[in-house]
Design a protein. Structure first.
Length: 262
């Protein structure tokens, strides 16, 4: 069984996460894994093209937008969705989840695991890929070191969702509608368990539980809440993808601020 093999320490919002990982290259992956990478990488490339076009080339995704070997899907028996600033994105493939993890995901929609597999692919390989691209954009615009010194994990995710939602509203509103419907079911299933933690302080206090790679239900719930908030922000303030990038730039220029509002 594949396992995590190099050590990395991450400090976010006063919490710490230890990750170890030795990803496989694209050519070393199985068929299902390569198919997932193809979908994820296509989303990253399209997002990168939009990012460069909107900013006149000021910002790019960097390595993950040009090298599909940096899309890591090789973890087995763990359920991860991460971009920690290491020039990789880490996502779990449906076939590599445990039976219990697949059943948990399916239960949120009242589906069998077989029926839920396609939904998982749309949500993770199409949308969560964009969530991770959004995080990469935060790193690209504001700098990895500065982000870890000044930003809360909750607000990094918030800004990533604002980017993903405005991006999809402009280029693929159909997928955005699908994701909002999926997130509605996730919210209904998990609100009682995680709803009280939905702010920067709650996220920080329960960071390990929310991002548990054996059961990241809380992380998925938080992403879905952020999607809805980002959608209503877009509607209320007529926000665009470009405007959200400009707000990241403005926040970086005021680098003396280190509040949770960052």
């Amino acid at each position: 069984m594949r396992h995590l093999a190099f050590g990395m320490f991450l400090a976010v919002a006063g919490c710490d996460l230890t990750m170890t990982l030795e990803p496989l290259t694209y050519e070393e992956l199985g068929d299902a894994e390569r198919a997932a990478v193809d979908r994820i990488y296509a989303r990253l490339q399209a997002f990168d093209a939009r990012l460069q076009g909107v900013t006149g080339g000021r910002h790019v995704l960097g390595a993950i937008g040009v090298d599909r070997d940096l899309v890591d899907v090789s973890v087995v028996d763990l359920w991860v969705m991460a971009n920690i600033g290491d020039d990789r994105v880490h996502l779990s493939v449906w076939e590599n989840l445990t039976a219990e993890q697949r059943e948990r995901f399916a239960s949120w929609f009242g589906e069998t695991p077989d029926a839920a597999a396609a939904r998982y692919g749309r949500f993770f390989y199409e949308f969560v890929a964009l969530h991770l691209a959004g995080i990469q954009t935060v790193f690209a615009v504001q700098g990895v070191d500065w982000v870890y010194r000044n930003r809360s994990a909750f607000n990094i995710d918030r800004d990533a969702e604002r980017l993903a939602v405005t991006y999809l509203a402009e280029v693929d509103p159909g997928l955005l509608g699908e994701i909002r419907a999926t997130c509605g079911a996730v919210g209904a299933a998990l609100e009682a368990r995680f709803g009280a933690w939905y702010d920067a302080d709650g996220y920080a206090a329960h960071f390990r539980e929310l991002t548990d790679p054996r059961d990241p239900s809380g992380q998925i719930y938080m992403i879905c809440r952020q999607v809805e908030d980002a959608f209503y922000r877009k509607i209320t303030f007529n926000m665009t993808f470009g405007a959200e990038i400009e707000m990241l730039e403005a926040r970086r220029r005021g680098e003396g601020t280190t509040t949770t509002g960052m």
